[in-house]
Design a protein around this ligand. Structure first.
Ligand SMILES: [Zn+2]
Length: 152
């Protein structure tokens, strides 16, 4: 019996023989098979290579999705500028921060921590993560889903 495990360190898929206690990943990490999650199993050694390939493709897909998500939204670029322009006139720093949250909610529906940071940084306001936390604490904004924020 063979199985596919994923290295917890480098996230690469590896084929193993079920019953081994450990296996050494190409990154140098020792994967403990007693605790590792077996992704798929097969009796056929030839099927194992295919299963490893499938799991690798799945992992790669996940990484592409992640990298895409980490990019600034292309659609949001114009919106960031408009929100920054409007917030610029809002007065003191706290008023600007709130104007950014309201502006982004209006332009994008909900916004990410990155949208918020991009606009605050363009306004010369530091520590956007802290400002975002303050808005959540004061219930000026809420979080309808992970990394999506909206003015109340
Ligand atoms: Zn590894």
């Amino acid at each position: 019996m063979y199985g596919v495990v994923v290295c917890s360190k480098c996230k690469r898929a590896k084929g193993v023989r079920i019953g081994q206690k450990t296996t050494l990943c190409q990154c140098g990490h020792t994967i403990k098979l007693t605790t590792a999650k077996i992704k798929s199993r097969t009796d056929d050694a030839r099927q194992l290579a295919k299963a490893v390939g499938l799991e690798s493709a799945r992992l790669r897909g996940g990484r592409e999705e992640y990298e895409k998500a980490a990019q600034p939204p292309r659609k949001g670029r114009g919106a960031h500028g408009r929100v920054a322009d409007a917030a610029e006139k809002a007065g003191n720093r706290d008023a600007k921060v709130r104007a950014v949250a309201v502006g982004l909610s209006r332009e994008l529906g909900t916004f990410s921590a990155r949208d918020f940071a991009v606009v605050l940084v363009s306004l010369g306001i530091s520590s956007p993560e802290k400002r975002l936390e303050e808005l959540i604490e004061t219930r000026f904004i809420y979080q309808p889903s992970p990394d999506r924020y909206k003015a109340v």
